[in-house]
Design a protein around this ligand. Sequence first.
Ligand code: SF4
Ligand code: FES
Length: 199
Amino acid sequence: MKIFVNNKELEVSGQRVLIEELRQAGYEIPSLCYASDAKHEASCMVCMVRNEADNQMIPSCATFPTEGMRIDTESDEVTALRRMSVELLLSDHGARCGLCEGKEKCRLRKLSVQIKAKWNRFGPLAPVGPKKQIHVIGRLWFEPAKCIRCGLCVYNSRDGFTFQHRGFNMQVVIPDQSKSHASERLAALCPTAALFLKE
Ligand code: SF4
Ligand code: FES
């Protein structure tokens, strides 16, 4: 199947989501809630591209290519939307990079710098409360304040992590009786330092 990407023709299989096709062709598409080898639900909206054929912005991690698509990955409009998505996540991220021992691992921090996101575009930052770290299993620890509710740990821990509440009050939690369902692999999936390994 043929699609167009930034006005260049691209042959794609049609069997993989757009983000995979685009990355394989060398286009740099950011993602936070997506991992190619894990279950996910599109939530972060940093992988957005525009289909010029119908002028719709679409999450490339959750959209399969279709014949005739004309994908824009790099216009100012696309970049601005990705930046706004990051800024929304930052506005509710109860952490400060300068104080965070997990900052080298944090893909949210790296993307914020790369995309020139403003931390306070949506008002005062979420307050940093007393540090609360929860031991999960083995070397895996969870610091809820750093969670951006991407859901990767929820969808990939066999009902270990779970969402609690809805809307602005939604949180990710792990009940004590479900901790054995989690695994250390989740630390690498987590796009922030909310899940991390320590001895
Ligand atoms: S703990 Fe990490 S992987 Fe789990 S929802 Fe929060 S940010 Fe996503
Ligand atoms: S990476 Fe596509 S919505 Fe998060």
